[in-house]
Design a protein around this ligand. Sequence first.
Ligand SMILES: [Fe+2]
Length: 313
Amino acid sequence: MNHINSMKNWTFLHACDMQPGSPRSFRFNPRFMENWQTAFSQLKNMEADLLLVGGDLTRDGTLHDFEFEAIRNELTQLPYPTHCIPGNMDVGNKFSDIEGFTERDDPSLNATADALDRFTRFFGEFPWSFTHKNVRFSGFYAALAGSELPHEERMWTWLEQELPSLPKAEHHVMTMHYPLFIDRPDEPTWDITKKEEYTHWYFSIDEPHRSRIFNAFKSTDVGIVFSGHIHCRRPVQIFDGIRFYKCAGIGFPQWGNQWEDGDPTLGFYKCDVSQAGIKETFIPLESESTAEGAYGPGGHPKPEERDYSLAWK
Ligand SMILES: [Fe+2]
C-alpha cells in the first residue's frame, strides 16, 4: 500500500516577481496589482502540495513593512504552504562596489543586512532546504555574492558544506532570484559600466561567484534551477545535466525582445512529479491587466525622488 502511495503523482508550483506594490507608497501601478490579484485567484484554485516563491514579492519592500504584511497575508490564504526566497525589490540589489552605466547609483541599491533580516522576520530563515516526498527543495539569494555581509558567508557555508551533507532525494530543485547567467554558464561577467552590458549585468551573477555556485549545484545533484528577475520565460536550457528555467513574471513583463525564444507572457509554473520525472507546465494569467493610473517613478529611484503626496492615506 505504502509502495503504491509513494508512486502517486503530485504537484508543486513556482511563481515569482509579483511585486504588486501598494497604493500607500510613493508610487503605484494598478496594472501590477491587478496582475498579481489575477495570479492569486488562479493560485487559490490550484491543487498542489506546495508553492515556491522566487523573490520580488514586494515592489518597495525595502521601505515598507506593510507590503510584506499584505503579501504574507495573501500567501497564507493559499490551500498549500509557500516557501519564499527574497528578490532585490524585497531586500536590495545584487552587490556592486562601483557605479554602473545608469543614473541609479548602484552601490546605494545593494542589499543590506537590515533588509535581509527584515525579510527573515516575515518569511523565515533563508537559505533553506527541505525534502517533500521524493524531492529536495532549496532556495537562496545569490545576489549577496561579493557583499562580504555575514549573510554571504552563511550562503557559502550552506551551499558548500551543509547542502552536500543533507540526505539525498530523487530530485533536487533549486530556487534563486537572479539567473546564474544570461545565455550560458561560461559567458563573461557583464560590465556594469557599459551601456550595452548593464542590463545583462543586472540580470545575472558575476564570476567567480557564478562558477562557484554552479559547482555547488553540481556537487549537490541539483537537477532543476528556477530563476526569476527577468520577467521573461525561456525554454529550458540544459548545462552539465542541470535544467535551467528562466521564469515568467507576474506583475509585468520585461525583456520580451531579448531572445528569439523568449516569451514575456505573464504566469507561473505547475510542476508534476511522477515516476517519469518532473514535468513543468506553464500556466498563463487568465488575463493581463491594462489598468491605467500609475503614479510615481519606475525603476530604482533615489530617496529624493520619492514623493508621497499622491499616496493613498
Ligand atoms: Fe528582481
